[in-house]
Design a protein around this ligand. Structure first.
Ligand SMILES: *Cc1c(COP(=O)(O)O)cnc(C)c1O
Length: 224
């Protein structure tokens, strides 16, 4: 199937649901992104700031770009002027840098806190206690150019659907806890970013509002 057909198939599954599809284009050529764009899709995600900024150069301005990978502080200023959502905030240090760069251009940047829900050691992310520490810190209180709009998570890479269900439930639970404690009357705190090619259907069942799908749309990635 073509990129267009793949996107249309996923979008048809999302119909009548409040779930947004981020088409993940990491390692994919600009021509593949253009194909998706020409099919009418305008929301894309990359996991490297440099790759994101470079690809954006050759593409239309009305694309909504999401940063979904670990972001180094020295790369923050490359994306702050245009990024729609930084999904992968995993430290107070990073948040400070985003706020600093955003303040320079008087722009409020939407972010998700990335919560560690998988068993794997290597995945980036905060545990819930660390997220709470950030949100109640005096530094965070002073950040006028950051808006935390929800949480993001990645499940363990496994065929065991029970594990995936339980990890996604875990994030939904954390979301409710943080909403209640810090964002109770903030309608903008509403996003739960869960689900990739292999597990987005489970994610939707577990309350995801943003799915991030790459290989199912564009085919296998080429890391060469
Ligand atoms: C690569 C990536 C995805 C998409 O993965 P697929 O399995 O290709 O759908 C989603 N989220 C993050 C954070 C990623 O790095």
């Amino acid at each position: 199937m073509s990129v267009k057909e793949n996107i249309q198939k996923i979008l048809s599954e999302l119909k009548d649901k409040k779930v947004k599809l981020v088409a993940v284009t990491k390692t994919q050529a600009v021509s593949a992104i253009k194909e998706a764009y020409d099919a009418g899709h305008k929301i894309f995600g990359e996991n490297k700031a440099q790759e994101l900024a470079a690809k954006r150069e050759g593409l239309p301005d009305d694309i909504e770009w999401h940063m979904i990978g670990h972001l180094q502080t020295n790369k923050v200023k490359m994306i702050v002027p245009f990024i729609k959502l930084i999904q992968s905030v995993d430290s107070l240090h990073l948040l400070k840098e985003i706020n600093k760069e955003a303040e320079k251009i008087d722009r409020i940047v939407d972010c998700l806190l990335q919560i560690k829900i998988a068993k794997e050691e290597t995945k980036y992310g905060l545990d819930i206690a660390e997220a709470v520490d950030i949100l109640q810190s005096p530094e965070f209180e002073k950040m006028d150019f950051i808006r935390i709009v929800g949480l993001m998570g990645m499940a363990t890479l496994t065929d065991d659907e029970q594990i995936i269900h339980s990890e996604f439930k875990h994030l939904h639970h954390d979301f409710k806890l943080i909403k209640e404690r810090f964002f109770r009357d903030k309608s903008y705190f509403k996003e739960i970013s869960l689900g990739m090619s292999g597990d987005y259907k489970i994610a939707i069942e577990e309350g995801s509002t943003i799915i991030r799908v790459g290989s199912l749309i564009f085919g296998e990635r080429n890391y060469a």
